[in-house]
Write a protein that binds this ligand. Structure first.
Ligand SMILES: Nc1ncnc2c1ncn2[C@@H]1O[C@H](COP(=O)(O)OP(=O)(O)O)[C@@H](O)[C@H]1O
Ligand SMILES: O=P(O)(O)O[C@H]1O[C@H](CO)[C@@H](O[C@H]2O[C@H](CO)[C@@H](O)[C@H](O)[C@H]2O)[C@H](O)[C@H]1O
Length: 559
């Protein structure tokens, strides 16, 4: 607990002039911000060597209360000994000790005790100050543009914000999810949880891809399986790209995300496996089929050849794009080979055998990449979800709502806006179903005494059924033929490219974070290389010295 009797930050001036008080700002930068940011879940620089914290900008936001006051939207720049500087949004508010609500701020929201013009209180992350939340809502509803020293802060109102709610008395709270951004919830009379406002923490010198995709789907398509776009908050400056600070959507009533739901459904299956039974509720397949359809409908909505918005116009598989994917894949592969070698002894026996086959297949993978470089491709690329997996799909009573269109967290903002074949999303979801089945079977006490080879075969059978159900529903909805996918050969080939990319990425993630799960992406890689081998052997004209796949390495030695 903070000691409220001693002030850490003391200023002779009033809180409202903090942005001009150089001494107070320097104190914040040197003493308060470094330890505070390092406690925040959304601060991504914890593992890097931090060098400098600087308040780059402080925007003003008027707060409605008994006494006129303001909050600041601070942009904190963090410099590192190497690599790029990052910028984070940190809304700041001052709660005088006697202020109602000051006792309710959780410790993680308090930066320091403070004293401004002899008034004591707390310097807090403003999301925990109700006056700040209400100001955000009122500005969005009123489509305000607030001039600042550096440019202006514009509040856009989206179609999702209902007319009758614009003047409503709202209630608000901070959603207790600890993730890379912060989430606020707003309620209106008769609907206590109606709007969901995401404040982006890490800022990019560009419009956030999520705002582009969600506003496009809401305003220019009939696809209704996303939470409708209700507005955004943007920092605008002349001759500089806009910076998105936040986005509001409708709040979705949901029990859980589809990762948890799929896991629950799989329990029946899990209990049956030790008895050598295949028991599974039909509902599982109904859900998978529905998600296949919803995925295809999302892709059809994002495919807009008539749109005059270039950001959404479909594009061909250009040499530049192929070079981009190949660079990424080769870079990932190189790092994964090293990681596997360095961590080999930490892997369990099944993962070790799979890792061997993967390492031995290097030349075959190189040949496949070369094929991708040269093969004529007529399919098209569009904007896609970009980070699609079961955790990004909320399960409502009888349907799905797709969220989090921000793209892959590790990619730069420019890379996140690159158009891909929608098969990249399809591959993401297939990998996720593979994870759901494998994690359940390999991570549960019910199956711990079952021979891992048998478990592998069982999980493969169930996964194949689920994958085919998903793919059939997807293809049926997309329609055949469709300009996005020229023919089934190309479709199958491209799907392998994206499955390989995703599984190779996951291999690194699991080695670093969940070594017990390494066999899941390794098995995913194995499935892809077996398919690659089938393509090679089916082509009578292919003269290649590349060795065959060493599947024999997977056999366990009989004692
Ligand atoms: N529109 C929404 N309605 C209800 N809950 C939501 C909505 N959007 C996100 N959530 C919840 O907030 C969590 C974090 O949202 P997400 O978009 O994944 O944010 P982040 O970018 O911080 O990861 C989700 O896992 C989900 O539980
Ligand atoms: O959640 P993030 O966007 O930070 O993504 C990272 O963590 C994910 C795990 O939480 C990881 O996803 C992998 O595991 C999931 C199950 O836990 C599975 O559904 C995904 O398909 C699988 O890729 C993701 O790869 C990583 O970037």
């Amino acid at each position: 607990m903070l000691d409220l009797t001693t002030s850490n930050l003391t200023s002779r001036y009033s809180w409202e002039t903090l942005d001009q008080d150089q001494d107070a700002l320097r104190f914040l930068e040197s003493t308060v911000l470094p330890p505070y940011l390092n406690t925040c879940r959304w601060f991504a620089g914890k593992a890097r060597q931090q060098e400098k914290f600087r308040i780059a900008v402080m925007h003003n936001l008027a707060l409605r209360s008994d006494v006129d006051t303001i909050a600041f939207l601070a942009v904190v720049e963090v410099g590192y000994t190497d690599g790029e500087t990052e910028r984070y949004l940190l809304p700041l508010s001052f709660l005088e000790t006697a202020q109602p609500g000051s006792a309710e701020v959780p410790p993680k929201g308090i930066l320091t005790t403070a004293e401004f013009d002899q008034k004591g209180g707390l310097l807090v992350d403003a999301i925990y100050d109700e006056r700040f939340r209400l100001a955000l809502y009122a500005n969005l509803a009123g489509e305000q543009v607030i001039p600042q020293k550096a440019g202006q802060v514009r509040f856009h109102r989206g179609r999702g914000l209902a007319e009758e709610d614009a003047e409503a008395t709202v209630v608000s709270r901070v959603l207790p999810v600890d993730s890379s951004n912060s989430a606020l919830v707003f309620g209106v009379p008769h609907q206590p949880e109606k709007y969901f406002l995401k404040l982006y923490r890490k800022l990019f010198q560009e419009t956030n891809p999520e705002v582009e995709l969600v506003s496009f789907l809401t305003e220019k398509s009939q696809f209704s399986h996303i939470p409708a776009f209700a507005g955004s908050i943007v920092w605008e400056q002349e001759n500089t790209p806009d910076i998105t600070l936040g986005m509001m959507q409708l709040m979705v009533e949901n029990q859980k995300d589809s990762w948890s739901q799929t896991g629950d459904y799989l329990n029946d299956f899990l209990y049956a496996v030790p008895n050598r039974l295949f028991t599974i509720r039909e509902d599982v397949f109904d859900r998978v089929e529905l998600l296949g359809r919803r995925t295809a409908q999302m892709h059809l909505a994002l495919y807009s050849p008539e749109s005059n918005d270039l950001a959404f116009a479909p594009e061909a598989f250009t040499d530049d794009y192929r070079a981009f994917i190949i660079r990424r894949l080769e870079d990932l592969l190189e790092r994964r080979y090293t990681m596997v070698i360095d961590n080999y002894t930490k892997l369990d026996p099944l993962a070790q055998r799979l890792a061997w086959v993967f390492m031995e297949a290097k030349e075959m993978i190189d040949e496949f990449i070369d094929d991708f470089r040269k093969r004529p491709l007529e399919s098209l690329r569009t904007r896609i979800h970009g980070d699609y997996h079961l955790g990004q799909v909320l399960a409502t009573n009888d349907d799905f709502i797709i969220i989090d269109f921000e793209g892959e967290p590790e990619s730069s903002i420019t890379d996140r806006k690159i158009k891909h074949s929608p098969l990249k999303d399809v591959a993401g979801m297939i990998r996720s179903y593979h994870y759901a089945v494998s994690a359940k079977l390999f991570g549960s006490t019910e199956t711990e005494n079952i021979d891992p080879n048998h478990l592998q075969r069982v999980s493969e059978r169930w996964f194949n059924l689920i994958r085919d159900t998903y793919m059939n529903a997807y293809l049926e909805t997309i329609g055949n033929p469709h300009p996005l996918y020229k023919n089934s050969n190309e479709f199958n080939f491209l799907l392998l490219v994206y499955l390989l990319e995703k599984a190779v990425y996951e291999l690194g993630y699991e080695i670093s974070y969940r070594p017990a799960w390494v066999k899941i992406p390794l098995k995913g890689i194995m499935d892809v290389i077996q398919e690659i081998e089938k393509i090679r052997t089916a082509d009578p004209n292919r003269a290649s010295d590349v060795p065959r796949l060493q599947m024999g390495l997977l056999e366990t030695k009989k004692e």
